[in-house]
Ligand binder design. Structure first.
Ligand SMILES: [Zn+2]
Length: 69
């Protein structure tokens, strides 16, 4: 029996949405466990990553605004 194929919103990988899959329905098992487990959050430096992403987004937005005006 085939399960529906979903695209993970975090890593954009396709995964099978199995009944009873832990975590979010729109995240692959890897990304679900990353978020669900506090241990792995510490190991991967998840908050640092998120901060870096925010910085990058801000820099890009600044560039776009500068180009506009
Ligand atoms: Zn994923």
């Amino acid at each position: 029996m085939a399960f529906p194929i979903k695209v993970c919103v975090v890593c954009e990988e396709e995964f099978e949405l199995r009944p009873g899959k832990p975590g979010f329905a729109n995240r692959c098992p890897e990304c679900s466990s990353e978020d669900a487990s506090e241990d792995s959050a510490g190991q991967t430096g998840w908050s640092d990553d998120r901060e870096a992403n925010a910085e990058r987004r801000k820099a890009i937005r600044d560039l776009l605004y500068r180009k506009d005006s």
